[in-house]
Design a protein around this ligand. Sequence first.
Ligand SMILES: Nc1nc2c(c(=O)[nH]1)N[C@H]1C(S)=C(S)[C@@H](COP(=O)(O)OP(=O)(O)OC[C@H]3O[C@@H](n4cnc5c(=O)[nH]c(N)nc54)[C@H](O)[C@@H]3O)O[C@H]1N2
Ligand SMILES: Nc1nc2c(c(=O)[nH]1)N[C@H]1C(S)=C(S)[C@@H](COP(=O)(O)OP(=O)(O)OC[C@H]3O[C@@H](n4cnc5c(=O)[nH]c(N)nc54)[C@H](O)[C@@H]3O)O[C@H]1N2
Ligand code: SF4
Ligand SMILES: [Mo]
Length: 706
Amino acid sequence: MHYRVCNFCEAMCGLAIEHDGKQVLSVKGDEKDPFSKGSICPKGAVIAEMYNDPDRLRKPLKKTSSGFVEIGWEEAFDIVGKRLNAIRKEQGNDAVGLYFGNPTVHNYGAMMYVADFKKTIRTKNNFSATSMDQLPHHFASQFMFGNGMIVPIPDINRTDYMIIMGANPSASNGSIMTAAGVQKRLRDIQQRGGKYIVIDPRKTETAKSADEHLFIVPGADVYFLLAMLHIITTEKKYNLKKLTSHVIGLDKVLSIATPYSPESVSSITGIAAEDIKRITDEYVNTEKAVLYGRMGVSTQEFGGLCNWLINLINILTGHFDTEGGAMFTNPAVPMVKNKVGHKPYNRWKSRVQGLPEFQGELPVSTMVEEMTTKGKGQIKALVTHAGNPVLSSPNGGRLDEALDQLEFMVSIDIYLNETTKHADIILPPTTGLEVDHYDLIFNSFAVSNTTKFSEALFPPKYGQLHDWQIFKNLTKRLSKKKLPLLYRVSTPKLLLKLALLNGPYGNLSSIKRLFTGLNLRKIKRSIHGIDLGPLVPMFPKLLRTEDQKIHLAPSLFLEQLEELHVAFSDGKNALADNEFHLIGRRHLRSNNSWMHNVDKLVSGKNRCTAMMNTQDAERLGLKEEDEVKVKSRVGEIKIPIELTKNMMPGVISIPHGFGHTRKGSQLKVAEAHAAGVSFNDISDHNRIDALTGNAAFSGQIVKVIT
Ligand SMILES: Nc1nc2c(c(=O)[nH]1)N[C@H]1C(S)=C(S)[C@@H](COP(=O)(O)OP(=O)(O)OC[C@H]3O[C@@H](n4cnc5c(=O)[nH]c(N)nc54)[C@H](O)[C@@H]3O)O[C@H]1N2
Ligand SMILES: Nc1nc2c(c(=O)[nH]1)N[C@H]1C(S)=C(S)[C@@H](COP(=O)(O)OP(=O)(O)OC[C@H]3O[C@@H](n4cnc5c(=O)[nH]c(N)nc54)[C@H](O)[C@@H]3O)O[C@H]1N2
Ligand code: SF4
Ligand SMILES: [Mo]
């Protein structure tokens, strides 16, 4: 038996894998894993199929005039080193762009070495999936708590009242809420007499089992939240309890929501004033209650304000850093460093649009312009790691074209897909069962504190290298200086060992723990993982603001709120007959763009459909499976519609990550069964949250042409 943690999504399910040393015989949820307690989903169950996928790349590929050919690792590294160094020498470091995709953060080896790689390249053109995902969470945390990684997590295990906005954990298994077996955790809220409420333009899988579901007009969450704040402040329902002496800016926030009475936001949100009042009252009056928002409220035009308001409301009502509310983890390897007053914002701006950097990154929505606009600092070469931005980033179709204009591109990826097909060199790492694993990031976002180390089950096949070895090799070739000895001899395991020793439970954390503390050896011995207990209050110690206070009213947020006041007083624009608000969708058996290549995950009916409310379809004379054109400012796609009563009228939902028939992709199963079309061929790259730079996928107005 082999025990490990699945690293495909954020949930951290423990897997129990039966094998004979060469082949996997069965994969089940590990009942003894103290965190996941046996939960598993269809993706984790096919980890062996992913590992054995014949389409997975095994050797470095080089693009030639007659297609890709396999080459050796040294030759591949030499080419990449030579080409990138030549471009840097001629045109400067900023001529090299970087893009890191979602699996980067699920890979501790990559995470341990990516910082040195970035430091060596020293480019301002650094992008990642963060700026089309959870960036507004980090943004709010940075300005309120002094560090972007001080991210509140809903204490789902103990709450009695949970408001879920823009998240569908029954499909996604939870996000910025690592909570394996999340459906059970939600059911448990109900079983202990509590409630959970879902606010979403679609009656999702999560909403169907909720105590209450309310449709909301996409992108209107900010008004709903302001109305909650209005009630809390005008009716003096606030009580910060133990945080009272740890905040600044209270006087400022008490008046900001005055214009947003529940009645005044009712038509713009689509939610009745009585419902807003009742839910706010229930939430305020339940001792253990939490307001939680995710993807749907992050990737919209006011995603930054939404995340700030969610924190603010939890704080003002005493539902913050306390049992059953929004809490903070105390992981064995802390991601919040001790530095106080660090301000990773606006240290440089993007060249073309002048968008500020945040945490060393520029918004991915502006990446194409940086490639196609001539001038000093134009991106001429690109490195992608574990990303598929042609399918995942706003207006990916435009990126598809821009990538061909680059002088050089290298992709570190396990597949030849819609993005990597543009690369001159593809470096395919090990993955899944061949890697050892430790959740650096998701232990920081988990609903309880645990620690577990997963060994690799199989050695790398065909001389493949791990992601971290690839980064080390590239760093060596790109560095102008000789790298320090510690770097040269280090491995992720060694770095993890040191981090654990110095972490809050480690041997070196205090004299008391010198002999009893945690270390990698002990963790490895506990093959199912170690429970480090429920979330505990972490404030004010965790705060990293210079004054050790929570900043309730950071000026950047107040400034954008002024702009919102103007938009609000301008009123709501009615949709034309064939216009819809577009939103996204995730499915349990798919993970962004890269799991459509496993038969078991794509079998059954086509999931790449535009869901539409039955009444809307009748109005437009459409029936089930009719193909429609969905058109936006930037493009159009043809897609079959799926009729349902679960969509809010005036809204359509299309999943992202499809579109595998684009020329050059080599994903066989995906092309045959799950080709679909790409949402991001119609998502407008100009739709960003002006405050944070995050992509605003939700709420874009599109035309449906029959
Ligand atoms: N319209 C719309 N667009 C969206 C979203 C949405 O909801 N709607 N969601 C956004 C979100 S939240 C995210 S996170 C992004 C995701 O955006 P991306 O990260 O760009 O896309 P993925 O589809 O996750 O691509 C992951 C890539 O990593 C590769 N890979 C898998 N495992 C490994 C590994 O171990 N090592 C390496 N080196 N490569 C590996 C896969 O082959 C694949 O090419 O998409 C965003 N785009
Ligand atoms: N099975 C599966 N699991 C995944 C992934 C996957 O692709 N497949 N991706 C992983 C990744 S990278 C991430 S980031 C997480 C994301 O995990 P979640 O945050 O749970 O994301 P989604 O499942 O996309 O749910 C977003 C919800 O927001 C709703 N929504 C859209 N627009 C709005 C709006 O304007 N307001 C409100 N209130 N709601 C809105 C949508 O209808 C949808 O139900 O999931 C992770 N887990
Ligand atoms: S829920 Fe996520 S972590 Fe759990 S088995 Fe599925 S993909 Fe893996
Ligand atoms: Mo994501």
